[in-house]
Design a protein around this ligand. Structure first.
Ligand code: GDP
Ligand code: GDP
Length: 436
């Protein structure tokens, strides 16, 4: 599992600026997808061969009125409790404030690994910028400038010291059964859906979770096929019933998405699509996992309401155009069967074997139909294609002058490959490599 860095601090200290910097290397993937670039709170980053997940708690639910909760919202507290490393950001220009002390007081009690980050210190002497923050009792402060990037690399090195480099993901991903993560914000009906699924079919085994932030892995069989369900809703078996005993957890959700082959994103037809829904969806896209969207609580709505929801979903999730949508009632069991063909198709597409000759033929046909535009003096030459990975499928195109291939043409090729190989339900990545 990738370590999770959680950013906390009062408003305006520079958390989202730091978040953007920490996730920048991955931004290319999501850069020109409308509705995704702004205001993200969950993202991926990598330093050297060490990947990590970043959570910016700055956008979490509005502040409550009293106590510690005044400074930190409930979901923030939970994210802190589940973090591998907490980056507590303070403002070096403004200096120490009472609000910082309240947050520090809470953080000290959590026993998490905490790094005190003094931001906005460009042009300041480190000793002066950090001196007053020692009294927070959180160890040596790290002086950075999120906006200029000063010392951010060192900060991350320090945060990740002791975490292992990335393991070979592909080997891990091909073993065993399809892993299906059921995710969504609180109360959309995840536990109800899992209960309905498990009620219908035989549960084979339960793995016990290690810590509270771990999801439960449930092996089960549906219409003669094996799956492993990753349950983020926190069901526990008590006698013969399953019941929810844990609350929603952002980090659990992110880790489950990372670990799944196919994600089922559950939405609530009785509530508007929230920013939290789109943040989770954005993270799924960034991860490259196959995706099926289940709009739950479809029972008892009239035609007008249904039409309104369909339009809302289409508008907010336009960037997930590769996913299949299902309108279901987890409570009454309607539409559940229909989910599985989509899950199976998405899994098959995510894991598809794409042989070099077929890919190259598809590439040549695409070029014959429409050749890449000239870039300056020269025309890019696309020679052959091979598969560089799965889940999501990665197609690497070899040739010359490929730096000049415009994004629109890359999209055109992506669509061609998607159609040729019928890759439904999974994102697809197309990369260019000049030479050999
Ligand atoms: P958040 O509310 O904690 O997420 O803070 P933001 O990232 O939105 O930043 C608040 C303000 O501080 C913005 O105007 C940023 O441009 C500014 N800011 C962020 N990082 C730095 C920095 O390193 N130096 C300076 N001088 N300003 C910064
Ligand atoms: P979770 O937090 O995502 O696991 O959500 P739950 O499964 O606990 O469901 C939250 C509430 O929504 C409960 O009161 C459920 O009975 C209700 N609910 C779940 N699925 C449906 C559905 O398909 N239709 C209706 N009308 N209510 C549902």
């Amino acid at each position: 599992m990738k370590p999770t860095l959680v950013l906390v601090g009062r408003p305006n200290v520079g958390k989202s600026t730091l978040f953007n910097r920490l996730t920048r290397s991955r931004d290319a993937i999501v850069a020109d997808i409308p509705g995704l670039t702004r205001d993200r709170h969950y993202g991926h980053g990598k330093i050297g061969d060490k990947p990590y997940i970043v959570v910016d708690t700055g956008g979490f639910e509005p502040v409550v009125k009293s106590g510690v909760l005044h400074a930190m919202a409930r979901q923030t507290l939970q994210a802190v409790d589940e973090a591998d490393i907490v980056l507590f950001v303070v403002d070096g220009r403004q200096g120490l404030t009472p609000h910082d002390r309240i947050i520090a007081e809470h953080l000290r009690q959590t026993g998490r690994k905490i790094l005190l980050v003094v931001n906005k210190t460009e042009g300041m002497r480190t000793a002066i910028a950090t001196s007053e923050f020692y009294e927070l009792g959180l160890g040596e402060p790290c002086a950075i400038s999120a906006i200029h990037g000063d010392h951010v690399g060192e900060l991350i090195e320090l945060a990740l010291a002791g975490f292992l480099p990335q393991q070979k993901e592909i080997e891990e991903r091909t073993e065993k059964y399809p892993k299906i993560a059921i995710v969504g914000r609180p109360n959309v009906g995840k536990s109800t859906l899992i209960n309905t699924l498990l009620g219908e079919e035989r549960v084979i085994a339960f793995d016990q979770p290690g810590t509270t932030r771990d999801s439960i892995y449930i092996d089960f069989e549906y219409h003669q096929r094996h799956y492993t369900l990753i349950d983020t809703a926190g069901l526990r078996r008590r006698g013969k019933v399953f019941e929810t005993i844990e609350k929603f957890s952002v980090i659990k959700t992110l880790q489950a998405i990372e670990d799944a082959n196919v994600v089922v994103l559950v939405l609530d037809a009785r509530n508007d699509i929230s920013d939290q829904d789109t943040h989770i969806a954005g993270f799924i896209l960034e991860t490259g996992r196959a995706l099926v969207i289940a709009i739950n609580k479809w029972d008892g709505l009239d035609d007008y309401q249904r039409e309104a929801i369909k339009q809302e979903v289409a508008r907010r999730f336009a960037f997930l155009n590769y996913a299949k949508y299902h309108y279901i009632s987890a409570l009454h069991g309607n539409g559940i069967r229909g989910l599985f063909p989509s899950i199976n198709a998405a899994y098959a597409a995510a894991m598809a074997d794409l042989p070099t000759p077929k890919l190259t033929r598809a590439l040549q046909a695409a070029v014959a139909k429409q050749s890449p535009p000239r870039g300056g003096m020269s025309r890019p030459k696309l020679r052959y294609a091979h598969q560089g990975g799965s889940n999501p499928p990665l197609i690497i195109i070899h040739g010359s002058m490929l730096d000049h291939v415009p994004e629109t043409y890359r999209r055109y090729l992506e669509n061609t490959f998607r159609e040729t190989f019928r890759l439904e339900g999974t994102p697809l990545r197309v990369e260019f490599r000049t030479g050999y």
